[in-house]
Design a protein around this ligand. Structure first.
Ligand SMILES: N[C@@H](CCC(=O)N[C@@H](CS)C(=O)NCC(=O)O)C(=O)O
Length: 223
């Protein structure tokens, strides 16, 4: 029998989709090898990386038995299934499981793709002001819906420190990186008190601190 290797994560310190996976790996205490792909240098479009992920996007994960997975939330699902300790979804509550996936999809399907730098560059060209305006408008629109949803969950249904209750779930792994993006686009977060309070509760946890962009080796001014 050959010894299993640690998983390999291809990512970029500032990529919010990569941060979701870093969080899942940290939450489960999984050691991994990190292979940075510099988006500013367009390394995701290299021939070598296209062999790993034909979509030419990060993140990608090589599993310990050498299989390749792409799409951040599919990778998080894999980690959850392969490493069941410290679960990221409640076991016996179909409603809460669906609610968590609703928040995940709200961000990962509806907000995040519209502010992908490649798309924004196609729309706004080199005009940096126009790029920021586009991203701000769409993040704000998405956060208005998310704020209302999270506030309702807290008031009527499931109070707690995090997105859904007092246990960290995969919804929290998409929320924090998206708030990071919002801050990069100078979104005024005081308009979103529920999101901000959940974000600050999560950012006090060691897994969230350790996986933050500025702590990564490929961050130019890593702390
Ligand atoms: N749905 C994908 C989105 C991946 C994605 O958009 N990754 C961005 C970084 S956050 C990327 O690689 N962008 C480079 C490009 O589009 O050229 C996922 O969740 O993994």
């Amino acid at each position: 029998m050959t010894a299993e290797k640690p998983p390999v994560l291809y990512g970029y310190y500032r990529s919010s989709a990569t941060w979701r996976v870093r969080l899942a790996l940290a939450w489960k205490g999984i050691e991994y090898e990190y292979r940075p792909i510099n988006l500013l240098k367009q390394e995701q479009r290299s021939e070598d990386f296209a062999k790993v992920n034909p979509s030419k996007k990060i993140p990608a994960l090589i599993t310990p038995d050498g299989k390749v997975l792409t799409q951040s939330m599919a990778i998080v699902d894999y980690i959850e299934d392969a490493y069941p300790e410290r679960p990221l979804l409640p076991k016996n509550d179909p409603y809460q499981r669906a609610l968590i996936r609703e928040i995940v999809n709200e961000i990962a399907c509806d907000i995040h793709p519209i502010q992908n730098p490649a798309l924004v560059a196609e729309i706004a060209g080199d005009d940096m002001e126009k790029r920021t305006d586009w991203s701000q408008v769409h993040v704000v629109r998405g956060f208005e819906a998310l704020e209302a949803k999270l506030a309702t969950i807290k008031q009527e249904d499931i109070p707690g420190k995090y997105c859904v209750g007092d246990n960290v779930t995969m919804a929290d792994f998409v929320l924090v990186p998206q708030v990071y993006n919002a801050m990069r686009f100078s979104v005024n977060m005081s308009r979103f008190p529920t999101i901000s309070s959940i974000h600050s509760n999560l950012m006090s946890l060691p897994e969230f601190i350790a996986t933050a962009p500025e702590k990564q080796g490929d961050c130019p001014d890593a702390k």
